[in-house]
Design a protein around this ligand. Structure first.
Ligand SMILES: *Cc1c(COP(=O)(O)O)cnc(C)c1O
Ligand SMILES: [Zn+2]
Length: 500
């Protein structure tokens, strides 16, 4: 729809103005730093940063009701730059001109309501938000769209050149980084570091296909992260891990979409998210806080983070009920099917601590919780979800296992409505399903099998058939008919079909 056809009071707001004044703010010493340079940690004290808009209060001049209509009308415009995360431009990157924005089809992923059988099993109404339907098949595209759009803006303005974008990854970050980097050829080259043999074949194929330099190193993600940090401190590279605060801004589109999809009514809503490096849960808290401050939403929904027993440092931190006594300790991770969340020392932990405190304070009650689930629960609930029409990845299964734990623990009730983040597409993790169905998980995963969830193909190849078709050698005439009849008969017998 053309902007001229919109209501007069909305038209002036459809194209965003570049009125933001963004700064990096250190969560350690509180110092602010200019965004013209790419910074990942505070040059003064080395702690992590978040990006704040010093002009944020200008957004309050527009009433919440008007903002809601602006976003609703922006759904209808056909300007590519406003089609993805930048529908919420004023809240995500109000210094990035539209012609620097990269849009590869990310964001606005569907919220799919669970069927009656699933809601009964879970004891609560819930939706999966399918972030696996992003272009590289995980939510990481949201943060890459903002980070790479900003880098593109800096390149166009001559602030930086010859950028080598680099990241450590449990798989999905590298897939997303390489995809967006490939789009910006030849201005950007990308390199990714992956833990050798710790990511799936599908995830490895993605950065390779996008043309990134791929380095596999021994160890786990936390080891890759340390090497990438060393590189970004000593060499001229652009770090694309979620330490890069631009990633967090883009990922805030996720809570904005949830708000919009519920027509901005978030009472009794629960947002459930797996926690790895804790960038995603940070973005979810930060995004809801911004919409709340501007009056676009009137309620802060409950947020439930979920971790596997095999990688649970954030869960352990929140176990201590007395906020003043909480202390963070990294953990040594064990193998997990929630592989993208297999992180013992989350980079965004200071952000989580900072934002959860603020969130609970503004919600006027404790509204951020973390629960823990077993590897078996994760696998089983993923398989059950997918048998009921979803495309949940293990992390989606982890969220579903998480609401069941949360309900048992009294954190949520059957009056609540939950949105579960299926952070990636199930196909990225087909190998885990295969290991389950063939009962071949290595012991360290501590998976046991539920027979009713196992599904394997049945080969139909009756021994009495003399001639079989093969590629390039079709059967013809009677031979073909005999083949078709015999196979059909065998399948009918197997399925116990009744004759018509
Ligand atoms: C990165 C990732 C996570 C973990 O998100 P964090 O922001 O690191 O907490 C979970 N699921 C998938 C599929 C991911 O790619
Ligand atoms: Zn500092």
């Amino acid at each position: 729809m053309k902007i001229d056809d919109f209501p007069e009071n909305i038209r002036p707001f459809i194209l965003p103005e570049l009125k933001g004044h963004l700064v990096y703010r250190c969560l350690g010493c509180g110092l602010e730093h200019n965004i013209k340079k790419l910074l990942y940690t505070c040059p003064e004290c080395g702690k992590v940063l978040l990006i704040y808009d010093l002009n944020f209060d200008r957004l309050k001049q527009i009433p919440g009701e008007t903002w809601r209509r602006i976003f609703d009308y922006r759904k209808m415009v056909s300007i590519p730059a406003l089609k993805g995360i930048f529908r919420y431009h004023e809240f995500i990157g109000p210094v990035i001109p539209l012609d620097s924005i990269i849009y590869l089809g990310e964001a606005h992923t569907p919220m799919v309501e669970a069927n009656a059988a699933m809601q009964e099993k879970a004891g609560i109404k819930f939706y999966f938000k399918n972030d696996g339907q992003n272009p590289s098949a995980s939510f990481k595209d949201r943060g890459m769209a903002s980070a790479l759009s900003y880098i593109n803006h800096l390149v166009k303005n001559g602030h930086i050149s010859d950028v080598l974008a680099i990241c450590a990854s449990t798989g999905d970050t590298s897939a997303a980084a390489a995809l967006y980097g490939a789009y910006l050829q030849p201005h950007i080259k990308s390199a990714v570091l992956l833990p050798h043999k710790k990511i799936t074949a599908q995830q490895l194929s993605q950065p390779l296909g996008s043309g990134a330099r791929v380095f596999e190193i021994p160890g786990v993600f936390d080891d890759c992260m340390k090497v990438v940090e060393a590189l970004s401190e000593r060499y001229n590279v652009a770090l694309l891990n979620s330490k890069n605060a631009w990633r967090i801004l883009g990922q805030e589109s996720y809570p904005y979409e949830i708000a919009q999809d519920f027509e901005y009514d978030l009472s009794n809503k629960v947002v459930v998210v797996p926690i790895g490096n804790a960038g995603n849960i940070s973005a979810i808290m930060s995004g809801f806080l911004k919409f709340f401050e501007i009056g676009i939403i009137e309620t802060l929904p409950k947020i439930i983070g979920v971790q596997s027993e095999h990688a649970n440092p954030v869960f352990k931190y929140f176990l201590e009920p007395d906020v003043t006594k909480r202390k963070f300790f990294p953990v040594v991770v064990k193998s997990s099917v929630a592989q993208a969340a297999m992180i013992g020392n989350p980079v965004s932990m200071p952000r989580v601590i900072h934002l959860a405190e603020q969130y609970n304070r503004l919600a006027e009650k404790v509204s951020v919780f973390v629960v823990q689930v077993t590897e078996k629960q994760i696998m089983d609930w993923e398989l059950i979800a997918n048998r009921n029409g979803h495309i949940a990845c293990p992390h989606g299964g982890e969220c579903l296992a998480g609401i069941i734990e949360a309900k048992k623990g009294g954190l949520i009730t059957s009056q609540d409505v939950a949105v579960l983040d299926s952070t990636a597409h199930t196909l990225k993790f087909a190998g885990f399903q295969e290991m389950y169905f063939s009962r071949s998980f290595p012991d360290e995963y501590e998976i046991s099998y539920d027979d009713t969830l196992i599904n394997v193909p049945t080969l139909v190849n009756p021994q009495d058939l003399e001639k079989l078709p093969a590629p390039g050698k079709p059967l013809i005439g009677d031979d073909f008919q005999i083949f078709v009849d015999r196979i059909a008969e065998e399948i009918a017998k197997n399925l116990d079909l009744k004759k018509v």
